[in-house]
Design a protein around this ligand. Sequence first.
Ligand code: 13P
Ligand code: SF4
Length: 301
Amino acid sequence: MSRRVVTLAHYYTEPHIQQMADKVGDSLELSLYAKECEADTIVFAGVRFMAETAKILNPQAEVILPDRGSTCSLVTQTDVTALKAWRESYPDHVHVSYINSSAEHKALSDWIVTSRNVDDIIAHLYAEGKKVIFSPDRNMGAYLNFQYDYDMPLWSAVCEVHDKFNQAALDEAFAAIKGDKYLIAHPESPLPVLQKADYVGSTSGMLNWIKAYDQAPDAVIFVATEDGILYNMRKARPDMKIEQAPIYAGCQCNQCPYMKLNTQQAVERAQAGEGIRIDYLSEAQMDAARLPIERMLDFSR
Ligand code: 13P
Ligand code: SF4
């Protein structure tokens, strides 16, 4: 019997890679799909923490990452030994970690969140009277503290792509447009950028905002996130003026070097069984990391 190979792709991969996938989505959608799909092999055209999450949620499946280099700066900027000491210095706090983290990091967490459910999960914890620490994304944590008047101690790592969005460059781009303009942004962006945004949310959230847009037809919509998803946005709404937000005046390029390692050749090789097998996590590591992820999935159902 032939092996069932399922290919997943994040919105930040190139359009032709998304076209090779059975499912394209944000971190939450891809995690759920990985857990529930009946696959012998999952090829994850994304980055390593996503492939590790897929393996943790579907340990029966073989999970292959097309390229060894597909990491994430939120992972590489977090030393897990230092994180453990930080977590232990807040013994009466709940530790909420963003899904952009290693399996070891997840195992030191009480809850995992994605950019889609982070607002609701932290609101739920505060409503229960809990004290919360948040890792690893400093920008996302700063935004939550600002937006909801929380006082969460924050770990300090950033997304090297979103951290480049810049308020002064946006002011300049806005000033150059006479008519209506909007900014939608991913919460990994710096706080001054998020404070200017008309909408802040996950990749799917921003895409849904674009699909539902019904304001001035000539408005320019600036998008502060990785450029892969502009393909999905322009395809959904060819009538709209959708622009990459600038990172500095004159430069509109913002690409994740790790997502872009998912080339056609690498994905085809992975579909044929070659690539980085996520087979190095022990049962104990996977069990410890699964607990806070399942807590999130139960909450989000
Ligand atoms: P989403 O969960 O919003 O898709 O974000 C994943 C990511 O890596 C953003 O940089
Ligand atoms: Fe990580 Fe940023 Fe790339 Fe997302 S865009 S995978 S957060 S480096």
